[in-house]
Design a binder for this molecule. Structure first.
Ligand SMILES: Cc1cc2nc3c(=O)[nH]c(=O)nc-3n(C[C@H](O)[C@H](O)[C@H](O)COP(=O)(O)OP(=O)(O)OC[C@H]3O[C@@H](n4cnc5c(N)ncnc54)[C@H](O)[C@@H]3O)c2cc1C
Ligand code: SF4
Length: 510
Protein backbone atom coordinates (compact mmCIF):
# COMPACT_ATOMS: atom_id res chain seq x y z
CA UNK A 1 0.00 0.00 0.00
CA UNK A 2 1.32 3.45 -0.89
CA UNK A 3 0.85 6.22 1.63
CA UNK A 4 -2.24 7.65 -0.17
CA UNK A 5 -4.47 4.82 -1.29
CA UNK A 6 -7.75 5.15 -3.15
CA UNK A 7 -9.56 2.02 -1.97
CA UNK A 8 -11.94 2.15 -4.93
CA UNK A 9 -8.99 1.45 -7.22
CA UNK A 10 -6.64 -0.69 -5.12
CA UNK A 11 -7.43 -3.89 -3.26
CA UNK A 12 -6.98 -3.37 0.48
CA UNK A 13 -5.50 -6.05 2.79
CA UNK A 14 -8.21 -7.64 4.94
CA UNK A 15 -6.35 -6.50 8.06
CA UNK A 16 -4.28 -3.36 8.60
CA UNK A 17 -2.37 -2.89 11.85
CA UNK A 18 -1.34 0.48 13.21
CA UNK A 19 -0.84 2.43 16.38
CA UNK A 20 -3.51 5.07 15.78
CA UNK A 21 -6.53 4.94 13.48
CA UNK A 22 -8.11 8.30 12.60
CA UNK A 23 -11.58 8.48 11.05
CA UNK A 24 -12.09 11.62 8.92
CA UNK A 25 -9.54 13.75 7.10
CA UNK A 26 -10.83 17.30 7.66
CA UNK A 27 -9.04 19.90 9.76
CA UNK A 28 -9.53 17.85 12.95
CA UNK A 29 -8.39 14.47 11.60
CA UNK A 30 -5.60 15.83 9.41
CA UNK A 31 -4.18 17.93 12.27
CA UNK A 32 -4.11 14.88 14.53
CA UNK A 33 -2.57 12.77 11.75
CA UNK A 34 0.19 15.24 11.10
CA UNK A 35 1.11 15.82 14.75
CA UNK A 36 1.04 12.13 15.66
CA UNK A 37 2.89 10.97 12.53
CA UNK A 38 5.57 13.59 13.11
CA UNK A 39 5.84 12.28 16.69
CA UNK A 40 6.72 8.88 15.24
CA UNK A 41 3.36 7.16 15.63
CA UNK A 42 2.14 4.67 13.05
CA UNK A 43 -1.02 6.41 11.81
CA UNK A 44 -3.77 5.26 9.43
CA UNK A 45 -6.41 7.78 8.27
CA UNK A 46 -9.77 6.56 6.93
CA UNK A 47 -11.78 8.89 4.70
CA UNK A 48 -14.94 7.87 2.91
CA UNK A 49 -14.80 10.68 0.35
CA UNK A 50 -12.68 10.66 -2.80
CA UNK A 51 -9.54 12.66 -3.59
CA UNK A 52 -10.33 15.85 -5.54
CA UNK A 53 -7.79 18.54 -6.34
CA UNK A 54 -7.01 20.89 -9.24
CA UNK A 55 -8.91 20.27 -12.44
CA UNK A 56 -10.94 17.40 -10.97
CA UNK A 57 -12.79 20.20 -9.14
CA UNK A 58 -14.79 21.06 -12.24
CA UNK A 59 -16.87 23.98 -10.89
CA UNK A 60 -20.02 22.16 -12.03
CA UNK A 61 -22.68 22.34 -9.31
CA UNK A 62 -24.38 18.99 -9.80
CA UNK A 63 -21.22 16.93 -10.22
CA UNK A 64 -19.39 18.63 -7.37
CA UNK A 65 -22.32 18.46 -4.95
CA UNK A 66 -22.56 14.78 -5.79
CA UNK A 67 -18.92 14.12 -4.99
CA UNK A 68 -17.92 16.66 -2.34
CA UNK A 69 -20.91 16.97 0.01
CA UNK A 70 -22.42 14.66 2.63
CA UNK A 71 -25.46 12.96 1.08
CA UNK A 72 -24.65 14.77 -2.15
CA UNK A 73 -25.76 18.06 -0.56
CA UNK A 74 -29.21 16.72 0.28
CA UNK A 75 -28.82 16.05 4.02
CA UNK A 76 -31.42 17.73 6.22
CA UNK A 77 -32.83 17.61 9.71
CA UNK A 78 -35.61 15.06 10.16
CA UNK A 79 -38.32 17.70 9.63
CA UNK A 80 -36.48 18.96 6.53
CA UNK A 81 -36.32 22.41 8.15
CA UNK A 82 -32.54 22.81 8.03
CA UNK A 83 -30.21 21.78 5.23
CA UNK A 84 -27.06 20.13 6.65
CA UNK A 85 -24.01 21.08 4.60
CA UNK A 86 -20.74 19.25 5.27
CA UNK A 87 -17.82 17.91 3.27
CA UNK A 88 -17.40 14.29 2.21
CA UNK A 89 -14.05 14.38 0.48
CA UNK A 90 -10.38 13.93 1.32
CA UNK A 91 -9.68 17.14 3.27
CA UNK A 92 -13.28 17.40 4.54
CA UNK A 93 -15.30 20.60 4.81
CA UNK A 94 -12.32 22.85 4.09
CA UNK A 95 -12.45 21.74 0.44
CA UNK A 96 -15.89 23.31 0.02
CA UNK A 97 -15.99 26.06 2.60
CA UNK A 98 -15.89 29.84 2.29
CA UNK A 99 -12.45 30.25 3.95
CA UNK A 100 -13.50 32.69 6.70
CA UNK A 101 -11.12 32.35 9.62
CA UNK A 102 -12.80 33.41 12.88
CA UNK A 103 -10.96 32.15 15.97
CA UNK A 104 -12.81 31.40 19.19
CA UNK A 105 -12.88 34.37 21.55
CA UNK A 106 -11.27 34.16 24.99
CA UNK A 107 -14.75 34.37 26.55
CA UNK A 108 -15.62 31.01 24.97
CA UNK A 109 -12.55 29.19 26.28
CA UNK A 110 -13.29 30.74 29.69
CA UNK A 111 -16.92 29.62 29.55
CA UNK A 112 -15.90 26.06 28.68
CA UNK A 113 -13.43 26.11 31.53
CA UNK A 114 -15.92 27.37 34.11
CA UNK A 115 -19.18 25.75 32.98
CA UNK A 116 -17.90 22.36 31.85
CA UNK A 117 -14.80 22.00 34.01
CA UNK A 118 -12.37 22.04 31.06
CA UNK A 119 -9.63 23.33 33.33
CA UNK A 120 -6.89 23.30 30.70
CA UNK A 121 -8.90 25.34 28.20
CA UNK A 122 -8.14 28.73 29.71
CA UNK A 123 -7.47 31.44 27.09
CA UNK A 124 -3.84 31.49 28.24
CA UNK A 125 -3.45 27.72 27.83
CA UNK A 126 -5.23 27.71 24.45
CA UNK A 127 -3.31 30.70 23.04
CA UNK A 128 -0.37 28.71 21.58
CA UNK A 129 -2.73 26.20 19.95
CA UNK A 130 -4.89 28.97 18.53
CA UNK A 131 -1.73 30.57 17.10
CA UNK A 132 -0.69 27.27 15.52
CA UNK A 133 -4.16 26.98 14.01
CA UNK A 134 -3.82 30.38 12.34
CA UNK A 135 -0.34 29.48 11.10
CA UNK A 136 -1.58 26.18 9.61
CA UNK A 137 -4.33 28.06 7.83
CA UNK A 138 -2.01 30.79 6.61
CA UNK A 139 -4.76 33.16 7.79
CA UNK A 140 -4.55 36.75 6.61
CA UNK A 141 -6.88 39.64 5.93
CA UNK A 142 -8.51 39.99 2.54
CA UNK A 143 -7.12 42.89 0.53
CA UNK A 144 -9.46 45.82 -0.23
CA UNK A 145 -9.37 45.13 -3.96
CA UNK A 146 -10.50 41.54 -3.33
CA UNK A 147 -13.84 42.64 -1.84
CA UNK A 148 -16.41 42.01 -4.54
CA UNK A 149 -19.46 44.14 -5.24
CA UNK A 150 -21.81 41.85 -3.30
CA UNK A 151 -19.84 42.32 -0.10
CA UNK A 152 -19.16 46.01 -0.84
CA UNK A 153 -22.91 46.65 -1.10
CA UNK A 154 -23.52 45.19 2.34
CA UNK A 155 -20.65 47.24 3.72
CA UNK A 156 -22.05 50.38 2.08
CA UNK A 157 -25.50 49.79 3.60
CA UNK A 158 -24.03 49.15 7.05
CA UNK A 159 -21.81 52.24 6.84
CA UNK A 160 -24.79 54.40 5.84
CA UNK A 161 -26.54 53.25 9.02
CA UNK A 162 -23.43 53.67 11.16
CA UNK A 163 -23.03 49.97 11.91
CA UNK A 164 -19.76 48.27 12.75
CA UNK A 165 -18.39 45.53 10.52
CA UNK A 166 -15.20 43.72 9.60
CA UNK A 167 -13.30 42.60 6.55
CA UNK A 168 -12.59 38.94 7.13
CA UNK A 169 -9.33 37.04 7.21
CA UNK A 170 -9.10 33.94 5.05
CA UNK A 171 -6.98 30.86 4.41
CA UNK A 172 -6.35 31.57 0.70
CA UNK A 173 -2.98 31.58 -0.99
CA UNK A 174 -1.83 34.47 -3.17
CA UNK A 175 -2.74 32.64 -6.35
CA UNK A 176 -6.50 32.86 -5.53
CA UNK A 177 -7.96 34.38 -8.68
CA UNK A 178 -11.40 35.10 -7.26
CA UNK A 179 -13.10 32.59 -9.53
CA UNK A 180 -15.96 32.54 -7.05
CA UNK A 181 -16.66 28.81 -6.92
CA UNK A 182 -15.22 28.12 -3.47
CA UNK A 183 -18.37 26.31 -2.32
CA UNK A 184 -17.83 23.60 -4.94
CA UNK A 185 -14.04 23.47 -4.55
CA UNK A 186 -11.12 25.51 -5.83
CA UNK A 187 -9.68 24.31 -9.17
CA UNK A 188 -6.54 26.37 -8.46
CA UNK A 189 -5.92 24.70 -5.09
CA UNK A 190 -5.69 28.20 -3.62
CA UNK A 191 -7.56 27.31 -0.44
CA UNK A 192 -5.17 26.29 2.28
CA UNK A 193 -7.36 23.40 3.38
CA UNK A 194 -6.37 20.12 5.01
CA UNK A 195 -6.00 18.34 1.64
CA UNK A 196 -3.48 20.90 0.42
CA UNK A 197 -1.49 21.58 3.59
CA UNK A 198 -1.85 19.05 6.42
CA UNK A 199 -2.41 15.74 4.63
CA UNK A 200 0.76 15.94 2.50
CA UNK A 201 2.71 16.72 5.69
CA UNK A 202 1.12 13.79 7.52
CA UNK A 203 1.95 11.49 4.60
CA UNK A 204 5.47 12.92 4.49
CA UNK A 205 5.85 11.90 8.13
CA UNK A 206 4.71 8.36 7.35
CA UNK A 207 0.92 8.40 7.84
CA UNK A 208 -1.03 6.02 5.62
CA UNK A 209 -4.13 7.73 4.22
CA UNK A 210 -6.98 5.70 2.71
CA UNK A 211 -9.76 7.43 0.80
CA UNK A 212 -13.03 5.80 -0.30
CA UNK A 213 -12.66 3.92 2.99
CA UNK A 214 -15.65 4.01 5.34
CA UNK A 215 -15.48 3.10 9.04
CA UNK A 216 -18.72 1.34 9.87
CA UNK A 217 -18.21 0.16 13.45
CA UNK A 218 -15.63 0.07 16.23
CA UNK A 219 -15.33 -3.23 18.06
CA UNK A 220 -13.67 -3.78 21.44
CA UNK A 221 -13.68 -0.03 22.19
CA UNK A 222 -12.96 -0.82 25.84
CA UNK A 223 -9.99 -3.07 25.14
CA UNK A 224 -6.38 -2.31 24.43
CA UNK A 225 -6.65 -3.42 20.79
CA UNK A 226 -9.61 -1.92 18.91
CA UNK A 227 -10.95 -3.28 15.64
CA UNK A 228 -12.39 -0.73 13.25
CA UNK A 229 -14.63 -2.48 10.73
CA UNK A 230 -14.39 -0.79 7.35
CA UNK A 231 -15.69 -0.98 3.80
CA UNK A 232 -14.06 0.26 0.65
CA UNK A 233 -16.40 2.20 -1.65
CA UNK A 234 -16.74 2.28 -5.42
CA UNK A 235 -15.15 5.01 -7.57
CA UNK A 236 -18.07 7.44 -7.16
CA UNK A 237 -18.55 6.59 -3.50
CA UNK A 238 -22.05 5.18 -3.97
CA UNK A 239 -21.72 1.53 -2.94
CA UNK A 240 -19.76 -0.45 -0.39
CA UNK A 241 -17.34 -3.02 -1.82
CA UNK A 242 -14.71 -4.88 0.16
CA UNK A 243 -14.77 -5.38 3.96
CA UNK A 244 -11.53 -4.89 5.89
CA UNK A 245 -10.42 -4.28 9.46
CA UNK A 246 -8.03 -1.74 10.97
CA UNK A 247 -6.50 -2.76 14.30
CA UNK A 248 -5.29 0.07 16.50
CA UNK A 249 -4.58 0.90 20.13
CA UNK A 250 -5.95 4.41 19.77
CA UNK A 251 -8.95 5.45 17.66
CA UNK A 252 -9.54 9.14 16.93
CA UNK A 253 -12.90 10.21 15.57
CA UNK A 254 -12.91 13.38 13.46
CA UNK A 255 -15.77 12.63 11.09
CA UNK A 256 -17.85 15.75 11.89
CA UNK A 257 -20.77 15.31 14.33
CA UNK A 258 -22.76 13.91 11.38
CA UNK A 259 -20.23 11.05 11.06
CA UNK A 260 -18.67 10.77 14.52
CA UNK A 261 -21.93 10.42 16.47
CA UNK A 262 -23.52 7.67 14.33
CA UNK A 263 -20.25 5.73 14.39
CA UNK A 264 -20.21 5.80 18.20
CA UNK A 265 -23.88 4.88 18.39
CA UNK A 266 -23.52 2.02 15.90
CA UNK A 267 -20.59 0.75 17.96
CA UNK A 268 -22.55 0.96 21.22
CA UNK A 269 -19.85 3.19 22.71
CA UNK A 270 -20.20 6.05 25.16
CA UNK A 271 -22.79 7.18 27.67
CA UNK A 272 -26.28 8.63 27.34
CA UNK A 273 -24.90 12.05 26.36
CA UNK A 274 -23.68 10.76 22.98
CA UNK A 275 -25.81 12.43 20.30
CA UNK A 276 -27.13 15.17 22.60
CA UNK A 277 -26.17 18.86 22.91
CA UNK A 278 -25.89 19.43 19.17
CA UNK A 279 -25.56 22.96 17.86
CA UNK A 280 -26.40 23.55 14.18
CA UNK A 281 -26.00 27.34 14.06
CA UNK A 282 -28.84 27.69 11.54
CA UNK A 283 -28.24 30.43 8.95
CA UNK A 284 -30.91 32.48 7.19
CA UNK A 285 -30.41 33.46 3.52
CA UNK A 286 -31.64 36.84 2.31
CA UNK A 287 -31.46 38.31 -1.21
CA UNK A 288 -31.75 41.85 -2.58
CA UNK A 289 -32.42 43.02 -6.14
CA UNK A 290 -30.58 46.04 -7.50
CA UNK A 291 -31.09 48.15 -10.66
CA UNK A 292 -27.42 47.74 -11.59
CA UNK A 293 -25.59 44.41 -11.98
CA UNK A 294 -23.99 43.11 -8.79
CA UNK A 295 -22.33 40.10 -10.43
CA UNK A 296 -22.02 38.58 -6.98
CA UNK A 297 -20.68 35.33 -8.42
CA UNK A 298 -17.45 37.11 -9.44
CA UNK A 299 -14.63 37.30 -6.92
CA UNK A 300 -14.17 35.90 -3.45
CA UNK A 301 -17.69 34.91 -2.32
CA UNK A 302 -17.49 36.04 1.31
CA UNK A 303 -15.37 38.85 2.66
CA UNK A 304 -17.38 41.30 4.77
CA UNK A 305 -19.51 40.85 7.89
CA UNK A 306 -21.70 43.27 9.82
CA UNK A 307 -20.66 42.60 13.42
CA UNK A 308 -22.57 45.40 15.16
CA UNK A 309 -25.24 43.04 16.51
CA UNK A 310 -23.08 40.06 17.54
CA UNK A 311 -22.40 39.52 21.24
CA UNK A 312 -20.09 37.21 23.14
CA UNK A 313 -19.49 36.90 26.86
CA UNK A 314 -18.35 34.16 29.18
CA UNK A 315 -21.72 33.81 30.90
CA UNK A 316 -23.83 33.16 27.80
CA UNK A 317 -21.36 32.56 25.00
CA UNK A 318 -22.33 33.81 21.55
CA UNK A 319 -25.52 35.76 20.98
CA UNK A 320 -27.03 38.27 18.60
CA UNK A 321 -26.24 37.78 14.93
CA UNK A 322 -23.81 38.54 12.11
CA UNK A 323 -24.75 39.50 8.57
CA UNK A 324 -22.26 38.11 6.04
CA UNK A 325 -22.27 38.85 2.33
CA UNK A 326 -21.99 35.65 0.29
CA UNK A 327 -22.87 34.28 -3.08
CA UNK A 328 -23.06 30.68 -4.19
CA UNK A 329 -22.93 29.14 -7.62
CA UNK A 330 -26.12 29.39 -9.73
CA UNK A 331 -27.23 25.93 -8.59
CA UNK A 332 -27.04 26.94 -4.94
CA UNK A 333 -28.88 30.22 -5.54
CA UNK A 334 -31.47 28.39 -7.63
CA UNK A 335 -32.14 26.04 -4.75
CA UNK A 336 -32.76 29.04 -2.46
CA UNK A 337 -35.24 30.75 -4.78
CA UNK A 338 -38.61 29.58 -3.50
CA UNK A 339 -40.78 30.34 -6.53
CA UNK A 340 -41.53 27.42 -8.77
CA UNK A 341 -41.92 27.44 -12.56
CA UNK A 342 -41.99 30.71 -14.48
CA UNK A 343 -41.73 32.97 -11.42
CA UNK A 344 -38.60 31.13 -10.24
CA UNK A 345 -37.09 31.28 -13.70
CA UNK A 346 -37.80 35.01 -13.90
CA UNK A 347 -36.05 35.67 -10.63
CA UNK A 348 -33.05 33.61 -11.76
CA UNK A 349 -32.82 35.62 -15.00
CA UNK A 350 -32.03 38.55 -12.70
CA UNK A 351 -29.12 36.66 -11.11
CA UNK A 352 -26.64 39.36 -12.20
CA UNK A 353 -28.60 41.92 -10.17
CA UNK A 354 -28.98 39.86 -6.99
CA UNK A 355 -26.98 40.56 -3.83
CA UNK A 356 -27.08 37.96 -1.07
CA UNK A 357 -26.17 37.47 2.57
CA UNK A 358 -26.41 34.84 5.22
CA UNK A 359 -27.57 35.78 8.70
CA UNK A 360 -25.49 33.81 11.19
CA UNK A 361 -27.33 33.21 14.44
CA UNK A 362 -25.57 31.25 17.15
CA UNK A 363 -27.84 28.83 18.97
CA UNK A 364 -28.24 26.84 22.13
CA UNK A 365 -27.15 23.20 21.75
CA UNK A 366 -30.72 21.95 21.43
CA UNK A 367 -30.24 19.40 18.64
CA UNK A 368 -29.85 15.66 18.83
CA UNK A 369 -28.47 12.93 16.59
CA UNK A 370 -30.00 9.47 16.83
CA UNK A 371 -29.68 6.36 14.67
CA UNK A 372 -32.14 5.54 11.91
CA UNK A 373 -33.10 1.98 10.97
CA UNK A 374 -30.25 1.68 8.47
CA UNK A 375 -27.71 2.95 11.02
CA UNK A 376 -27.72 6.44 9.52
CA UNK A 377 -27.77 9.77 11.40
CA UNK A 378 -31.23 11.17 12.12
CA UNK A 379 -30.93 14.80 13.21
CA UNK A 380 -33.67 16.35 15.31
CA UNK A 381 -33.65 20.07 15.89
CA UNK A 382 -36.39 22.44 17.07
CA UNK A 383 -35.78 26.17 16.75
CA UNK A 384 -36.28 27.86 20.10
CA UNK A 385 -38.67 30.79 20.50
CA UNK A 386 -35.71 32.99 21.45
CA UNK A 387 -33.82 32.02 18.27
CA UNK A 388 -36.86 32.78 16.10
CA UNK A 389 -37.24 36.19 17.69
CA UNK A 390 -33.56 36.94 17.07
CA UNK A 391 -33.92 35.71 13.48
CA UNK A 392 -36.78 38.17 12.88
CA UNK A 393 -34.59 40.96 14.22
CA UNK A 394 -31.71 39.85 11.98
CA UNK A 395 -33.96 39.70 8.89
CA UNK A 396 -35.32 43.20 9.55
CA UNK A 397 -31.80 44.54 10.14
CA UNK A 398 -30.31 43.00 6.98
CA UNK A 399 -33.23 44.28 4.88
CA UNK A 400 -32.62 47.79 6.23
CA UNK A 401 -28.95 47.56 5.25
CA UNK A 402 -29.93 46.59 1.69
CA UNK A 403 -32.45 49.42 1.40
CA UNK A 404 -29.78 51.82 2.69
CA UNK A 405 -27.51 50.54 -0.10
CA UNK A 406 -30.19 51.22 -2.74
CA UNK A 407 -31.93 47.85 -3.20
CA UNK A 408 -35.21 48.05 -5.10
CA UNK A 409 -36.54 44.79 -3.61
CA UNK A 410 -35.46 42.63 -0.68
CA UNK A 411 -36.39 38.97 -1.09
CA UNK A 412 -36.80 36.62 1.84
CA UNK A 413 -37.04 33.16 0.30
CA UNK A 414 -39.95 31.92 2.40
CA UNK A 415 -42.71 29.84 0.85
CA UNK A 416 -44.37 31.90 -0.62
CA UNK A 417 -41.53 34.44 -0.87
CA UNK A 418 -41.62 37.85 0.74
CA UNK A 419 -40.79 40.64 -1.71
CA UNK A 420 -40.31 43.89 0.21
CA UNK A 421 -39.86 47.17 -1.64
CA UNK A 422 -39.61 49.67 1.24
CA UNK A 423 -38.94 49.78 4.97
CA UNK A 424 -42.66 50.00 5.73
CA UNK A 425 -43.02 46.47 4.30
CA UNK A 426 -40.75 45.20 7.06
CA UNK A 427 -43.74 45.23 9.41
CA UNK A 428 -44.46 41.79 7.92
CA UNK A 429 -41.34 40.41 9.61
CA UNK A 430 -43.10 40.19 12.99
CA UNK A 431 -45.63 37.79 11.50
CA UNK A 432 -43.03 35.32 10.17
CA UNK A 433 -43.69 31.95 11.81
CA UNK A 434 -40.32 30.41 10.81
CA UNK A 435 -42.08 27.05 11.06
CA UNK A 436 -40.07 24.08 9.68
CA UNK A 437 -39.46 24.16 5.94
CA UNK A 438 -41.06 27.60 5.41
CA UNK A 439 -37.62 29.20 4.94
CA UNK A 440 -34.50 27.39 3.61
CA UNK A 441 -32.26 27.42 6.70
CA UNK A 442 -28.70 26.17 6.32
CA UNK A 443 -26.27 24.61 8.77
CA UNK A 444 -22.58 24.55 7.85
CA UNK A 445 -21.15 24.63 11.38
CA UNK A 446 -22.34 21.51 13.19
CA UNK A 447 -20.88 21.31 16.71
CA UNK A 448 -21.40 19.06 19.73
CA UNK A 449 -22.98 15.63 20.05
CA UNK A 450 -20.05 14.27 22.10
CA UNK A 451 -19.80 17.18 24.52
CA UNK A 452 -16.55 17.38 26.52
CA UNK A 453 -16.97 17.89 30.26
CA UNK A 454 -15.01 17.12 33.39
CA UNK A 455 -17.74 14.90 34.74
CA UNK A 456 -19.49 12.00 33.06
CA UNK A 457 -22.81 13.34 34.29
CA UNK A 458 -22.38 16.51 32.20
CA UNK A 459 -20.95 15.20 28.96
CA UNK A 460 -19.89 12.34 26.69
CA UNK A 461 -16.11 12.86 26.59
CA UNK A 462 -13.53 13.94 29.13
CA UNK A 463 -11.43 17.11 28.68
CA UNK A 464 -8.84 15.17 26.64
CA UNK A 465 -11.56 14.16 24.18
CA UNK A 466 -11.63 10.55 25.40
CA UNK A 467 -15.15 9.18 25.07
CA UNK A 468 -16.37 8.18 28.54
CA UNK A 469 -16.58 4.42 28.96
CA UNK A 470 -13.95 3.70 26.31
CA UNK A 471 -10.27 2.96 26.44
CA UNK A 472 -8.51 5.41 24.14
CA UNK A 473 -11.32 6.30 21.76
CA UNK A 474 -11.13 10.08 21.27
CA UNK A 475 -13.04 12.83 19.47
CA UNK A 476 -10.94 15.54 17.81
CA UNK A 477 -13.46 17.39 15.68
CA UNK A 478 -16.23 19.83 16.59
CA UNK A 479 -18.27 16.95 18.11
CA UNK A 480 -16.48 17.54 21.40
CA UNK A 481 -17.32 21.26 21.60
CA UNK A 482 -19.47 21.85 24.69
CA UNK A 483 -21.16 24.85 23.01
CA UNK A 484 -20.80 26.71 19.77
CA UNK A 485 -17.19 27.90 19.60
CA UNK A 486 -17.26 30.67 17.03
CA UNK A 487 -19.34 32.01 14.16
CA UNK A 488 -17.07 29.85 11.95
CA UNK A 489 -15.64 26.53 12.99
CA UNK A 490 -12.38 25.68 11.27
CA UNK A 491 -10.01 27.78 13.42
CA UNK A 492 -11.38 26.45 16.75
CA UNK A 493 -11.40 22.87 15.38
CA UNK A 494 -7.73 23.20 14.50
CA UNK A 495 -6.89 24.78 17.86
CA UNK A 496 -8.60 22.02 19.87
CA UNK A 497 -7.17 19.24 17.68
CA UNK A 498 -3.69 20.73 18.17
CA UNK A 499 -4.14 20.62 21.93
CA UNK A 500 -5.55 17.11 22.11
CA UNK A 501 -3.12 15.58 19.58
CA UNK A 502 -0.09 17.22 21.21
CA UNK A 503 -1.16 15.68 24.50
CA UNK A 504 -1.43 12.22 22.94
CA UNK A 505 1.88 12.66 21.11
CA UNK A 506 3.55 13.39 24.44
CA UNK A 507 2.26 10.18 25.95
CA UNK A 508 4.49 7.13 25.92
CA UNK A 509 3.60 4.51 23.32
CA UNK A 510 2.28 1.90 25.70
C1 LIG B 1 -20.44 25.09 2.60
C2 LIG B 1 -19.64 25.31 3.85
C3 LIG B 1 -19.06 26.54 4.11
C4 LIG B 1 -18.32 26.73 5.27
N1 LIG B 1 -17.67 27.92 5.46
C5 LIG B 1 -16.84 28.04 6.52
C6 LIG B 1 -16.01 29.19 6.64
O1 LIG B 1 -16.01 30.07 5.80
N2 LIG B 1 -15.19 29.27 7.73
C7 LIG B 1 -15.15 28.29 8.68
O2 LIG B 1 -14.40 28.41 9.65
N3 LIG B 1 -15.92 27.19 8.58
C8 LIG B 1 -16.72 27.03 7.50
N4 LIG B 1 -17.43 25.89 7.35
C9 LIG B 1 -17.33 24.86 8.39
C10 LIG B 1 -16.00 24.13 8.35
O3 LIG B 1 -15.56 23.94 7.03
C11 LIG B 1 -16.16 22.78 9.07
O4 LIG B 1 -16.65 22.99 10.36
C12 LIG B 1 -14.84 22.05 9.18
O5 LIG B 1 -14.26 21.90 7.91
C13 LIG B 1 -15.07 20.70 9.84
O6 LIG B 1 -13.82 20.06 10.00
P1 LIG B 1 -13.73 18.62 10.68
O7 LIG B 1 -12.34 18.17 10.56
O8 LIG B 1 -14.30 18.67 12.04
O9 LIG B 1 -14.73 17.69 9.86
P2 LIG B 1 -14.99 17.60 8.32
O10 LIG B 1 -14.17 18.55 7.58
O11 LIG B 1 -16.47 17.65 8.16
O12 LIG B 1 -14.42 16.17 7.95
C14 LIG B 1 -15.04 14.98 8.31
C15 LIG B 1 -14.68 13.94 7.26
O13 LIG B 1 -15.02 12.66 7.79
C16 LIG B 1 -15.47 11.85 6.73
N5 LIG B 1 -16.28 10.77 7.31
C17 LIG B 1 -17.48 10.89 7.92
N6 LIG B 1 -17.89 9.68 8.36
C18 LIG B 1 -16.92 8.80 8.01
C19 LIG B 1 -16.78 7.40 8.20
N7 LIG B 1 -17.69 6.67 8.85
N8 LIG B 1 -15.66 6.79 7.69
C20 LIG B 1 -14.71 7.51 7.03
N9 LIG B 1 -14.82 8.86 6.85
C21 LIG B 1 -15.90 9.48 7.34
C22 LIG B 1 -16.25 12.79 5.85
O14 LIG B 1 -16.31 12.28 4.53
C23 LIG B 1 -15.44 14.09 5.95
O15 LIG B 1 -14.56 14.26 4.90
C24 LIG B 1 -18.18 25.68 6.21
C25 LIG B 1 -18.76 24.44 5.95
C26 LIG B 1 -19.47 24.24 4.78
C27 LIG B 1 -20.07 22.90 4.52
S1 SF4 C 1 -12.24 32.48 -5.10
FE1 SF4 C 1 -10.07 31.92 -4.92
S2 SF4 C 1 -10.09 30.24 -3.43
FE2 SF4 C 1 -12.23 30.46 -4.14
S3 SF4 C 1 -12.37 29.02 -5.83
FE3 SF4 C 1 -11.80 30.98 -6.70
S4 SF4 C 1 -9.55 30.94 -6.86
FE4 SF4 C 1 -10.17 29.32 -5.46
Amino acid sequence: MTTLTDCSLTAVPSQIDCDICIVGSGFGGATAARILAVAGRDVVVLEEGGDFTGKSLTQRDAAMYDQLYVQRGGATTQDMGISLLAGRVLGGGGVINACDVVPAEDAIWRMWQKRFGLEEFSPEAMAPFARQALADLGARPIREEQINRNNAILRQGAAALGWRGEVMQHNRADHCKGLGTCLVGCPLDAKQNARITLIPKAIGAGARVLCRARAVRIEAGNSEQKRVQCRSLDRRGYHEQQAFEVRAKIVILAANPLGTVPLLLRSGLGNGHVGRSLSLQPQVPILALFEQPVDAFHGIPQSYAVTQFATCDEARGHGGFRIEGIMGTPGIVGSLVPQAGVAGKELMTQLRNIAASLLLLPDESVGRIALGGAGQAVVRYDLTAEWRQRARQAIRTAARAYFAAGAKTVVLPTVPPKMWTCEADLRQVDALSLAPATLPLLSAHQQGGVRMAASEKDGAADPTGRVFGTRDVYVMDSSGFPTTASSHTMAPILAVAHRQAARLAGRSKN
